[in-house]
Design a protein around this ligand. Structure first.
Ligand SMILES: CC(C)(COP(=O)(O)OP(=O)(O)OC[C@H]1O[C@@H](n2cnc3c(N)ncnc32)[C@H](O)[C@@H]1OP(=O)(O)O)[C@@H](O)C(=O)NCCC(=O)NCCS
Length: 145
């Protein structure tokens, strides 16, 4: 697999070492590539947001059982930069299930290139998804159980 780690990564200390949450589900793992960088050489925030949107949709998809759309990014915090070669782990849990919408909290942890096994929290976000029908209008979320 082509891998071109940030050459400066080895000099940057792993600030804010953290433990991944035990009350959230691991919904995605991905390693960003050089094509995902911004002008600073870090990973472009829009790329991180897209991954969080995908990861956040996993648990709502089980509830919604059909089409859905992201209606809101209620909060998004970039706590630390993401770098090429980091292993990113996305953890999520449901915070609210409404009539047609479902909200989730997503936390993203990085294992820095060359320091795998040590986790740094890089991003946290809150998003809301809406179940939609064939015409794109909100529909009730099926009740489970
Ligand atoms: C999602 C969409 C169908 C909702 O339609 P709408 O007429 O605005 O829906 P409503 O006002 O009835 O709200 C639907 C639900 O979303 C919730 N909602 C709406 N805006 C919200 C916000 N800013 N934050 C949190 N929840 C919100 C409402 O509370 C409601 O939830 P509930 O039924 O559980 O109480 C419509 O806004 C849409 O198509 N948006 C574009 C979606 C999209 O393209 N997403 C990808 C972005 S690139």
């Amino acid at each position: 697999m082509p891998m071109s780690p940030n050459p400066g990564a080895a000099q940057v200390p792993s600030l804010g070492r953290a433990t991944p949450p035990s009350d959230k589900e691991l919904v995605l793992k991905v390693i960003p590539m050089p094509a995902d960088t911004n002008g600073n050489g870090d990973i472009f925030g829009g790329w991180v947001m897209a991954q969080v949107d995908l990861a956040g949709a996993v648990i709502p998809a089980r509830h919604v059982q059909g089409r859905m759309a992201t209606v809101a990014v209620n909060e998004f915090i970039f706590k630390q930069p993401v770098r090429v070669g980091d292993i990113l782990s996305f953890y999520a849990n449901v915070t609210r299930i409404g009539r047609t919408s479902i909200s989730v909290q997503v936390e993203v942890y990085a294992e820095r290139f060359g320091a795998q096994g040590q986790f740094v929290k890089v991003t946290e976000a809150s998003l809301t998804y809406v179940a939609i029908d064939d015409t794109g209008k909100p529909r009730p979320i099926p009740r489970q159980g």
